[in-house]
Design a protein around this ligand. Structure first.
Ligand SMILES: [Zn+2]
Length: 306
């Protein structure tokens, strides 16, 4: 009988132990389930991965500011020197500056090139409209000193010097980039360099395009310049490169210019004024250009150092 009693007690103890263990196990289960629900709720929360592409979109949208034409038909506003903010992007014989909003892209491009063993050399970058004006006036004066009439001197200068406000360098968006391999701008020899090959392949990744391509001279009215790179933002740089169009053609294709090549959309520094109700405001910035001496520009393929 004693044996039976012990057996019963042991059985009861075992049952109790089993119960206790099961309860513990359930609790542990609960805990895990709670943890699991937490993880689930965490994985449903992170819209971070969904936000990322939007942020990239925003970066592209930010670069829309840079997508405007600067050429004969679309000169910069006369006050652009006082509006633009530039940043040093290259230190050399001549320091290189661009619009500060494009600075990071330029610096990243130089760093990436250097990593690939390409030492890019900035020959020319931001130039003020005033500098361009002084340069232009000096050229006219020199020709007059050599016996030319004012009109002839003016027309002759136009062949070599861009009109103030009509150069992308005045907008802080252009850089003339070469390398030690080839430093002459007298011809297109730079196109045979490793630096050119690198720029051709990678410039668009940093928002820059080859602005005056070889086969587009009749449209850009600028000679082929394998060294002149123009910031338009990464999104548009890639689009334009892929399209094979030059900037004027791209604008025309999009319906952003009128038949005279004047921008009616994506007007950059003019955009703000466009929003204002005063209609005359839109054309006002280009007016002062007309005060300059009117000269017959009959040379269709004027070579302009831009
Ligand atoms: Zn240039």
């Amino acid at each position: 009988m004693r044996g039976m009693k012990y057996l019963l007690m042991i059985s009861v103890l075992l049952i109790l132990l089993a119960f206790a263990l099961t309860t513990l196990a359930f609790r542990k289960d609960d805990g895990e389930q709670e943890a699991a629900t937490e993880t689930v709720s965490v994985t449903t929360v992170p819209t971070e991965t969904e936000i990322e592409p939007e942020e990239e979109e925003d970066i592209n949208a930010d670069n829309k500011w840079a997508m405007f034409l600067v050429n004969k038909q679309n000169p910069l506003p006369d006050n652009y020197d006082s509006v633009i903010e530039t940043e040093l992007v290259y230190e050399g014989d001549r320091n290189g500056y661009v619009d500060k909003r494009a600075a990071k892209y330029a610096k990243d491009m130089f760093a990436a090139a250097l990593e690939d063993g390409i030492d890019l050399w900035v020959v020319s970058s931001y130039r003020t409209i005033q500098y361009q004006q002084d340069n232009f006036d000096r050229s006219v004066q020199q020709r007059m000193d050599n016996g030319m009439t004012y009109d002839d001197a003016y027309a002759d200068t136009l062949r070599e010097v861009a009109m103030p406000g009509e150069s992308e360098h005045n907008a802080g968006l252009a850089m003339d980039i070469m390398s030690v391999e080839y430093t002459s701008m007298d011809d297109a020899g730079f196109e045979n360099t490793k630096a050119f090959a690198w720029l051709d392949e990678h410039a668009a990744e940093y928002g820059f395009i080859l602005r005056y391509p070889k086969d587009k001279e009749s449209i850009t009215e600028i000679i082929y310049e394998p060294w002149h790179y123009r910031f338009v933002g990464v999104y548009y740089a890639k689009e334009i490169k892929e399209s094979g169009l030059c900037l004027e053609e791209y604008f025309a294709e999009r319906g952003w210019t009128d038949e005279d090549g004047k921008a009616i959309k994506m007007r950059g520094p003019f955009d703000e004024e466009e929003e204002q109700p005063a209609e005359t405001k839109v054309t006002e910035p280009t007016e002062p250009k007309k005060t300059m001496p009117a000269v017959e520009r009959n040379e269709q393929n004027v070579t302009i150092i831009v």
